[in-house]
Design a protein around this ligand. Sequence first.
Ligand SMILES: [Zn+2]
Length: 467
Amino acid sequence: MRNSKKLQKIKEIVNSVRWQEVKEEAVELLRKLIRIDTTNPPGNEKEAAELLSKYFSEYGIESQIVESEPQRSSVIANLEGKKDLKPIILLSHLDVVPANPSEWRFPPFSGEVKDGYIWGRGAIDCKGLAVVEAVAMTLIKRSGIKPDRGIKFISVADEEMGGEKGAKYVVENLDIDGFGVLNEGGTGVVLGNRKIYMPCFGEKGPLWLKIKAKGKPGHASMPHKDNPNLILVQALYKILKSDLGKKLSDGFISSAKFYLLDNKKSLSGLKLLLSLIEKSDFAKEILGKALSSLFYMLNKNKLSAMFSNTLSVTIMKSGYKENVIPEEAEAILDIRILPGYDHDEIIERMRKIVDDPRVSFEIISVYEPSQSNPVSDFMILLKEATSAVFETAFFPILATGFTDSRFFRKKGIPAYGFFPFFLTDEDLSTMHGIDERISMENIELGLKLMLAIILHICTEENSLLGL
Ligand SMILES: [Zn+2]
């Protein structure tokens, strides 16, 4: 196996850490961070950024706080590398989505510790990740190991409202470059009784679209064909019945070839088949359709959405009086677009399907889908490092949601989604939901993984084996 001596050494270093103490320190930091209410809107991330900056300074790590607006702070900490190599970027965000205390078992900004969990909004998304990244970075400093490649910690404001005042501001206003970004996104999951790491190599792009039907007003006692409600319902029916595009993304094919089939002689036929599929758009579309329908039938909606441009009708507005036919009706659609498709092309497709001049389409907002190479040097090192801590399967996937990773990808920096935890379906449902919490066990696992990842990506074999 590649790098086996180095990985053995990393394992030894990870095992030599006094985890009980370090875990307690991380838990305390996380509780403090949760207690700072950074609900966005309005965000108010300043105090949280200052807390992390102070934490870094306790270990002699330099940091800076940048403000896109008063109170909208992001924090950046640096550990220089010995060599002139692009740093690893450990990314997270400081803001959280709102929480309604009356629905929660414990107040959402209390950071309660109970039943082996730390409870609170942001416990996983994304303060839990920020803390694991920050503490792991200080562990490198404490160990006295001088990394060859630098480590850059960035925790930003405003992710939950689109990132304009956080990641976008940081990427556009500071001179940021990196070997690769580790951000929120994929995670370790439990499938049946098998554990598997599923980091994200890319994410779909959301298109929020307003569809407006213009008709003729009139008295409801005399129905006519230009009722905008009918026009809208017919248009939506046609769109929902149609296919907005399904595809097996190239990233899945290269992931399968590399992470599942590499070095497996008995499966070389399958690898060859995948290489053929890779060259045929037609085959990728057929497979995308098959996988999307299969998972949809099995009620695995998230998996189904990884192979399909999806559409949800989220808002409908029309009418004001029981007996009046209104002049207009509108619907808002949340469309999620796969990498490789263009939003204009999809709107054009819908326009043709609807084929009615009384219906207009207006973009409310759009973010392009984005992806990085799932078999980049960075990702392969990530896989090797995780296996040093926890030997298990590894398969990169596409995220159906969107994160700040897109701003870094746009700058040409590969970015990957990776919560270094094992999260159950229930854990995952608490993110943006009720009773968000993270187990102590996951904090410890996350710290170990993060330490191993940083060591593997940022140190060269010679400097590590010489220790
Ligand atoms: Zn998040």
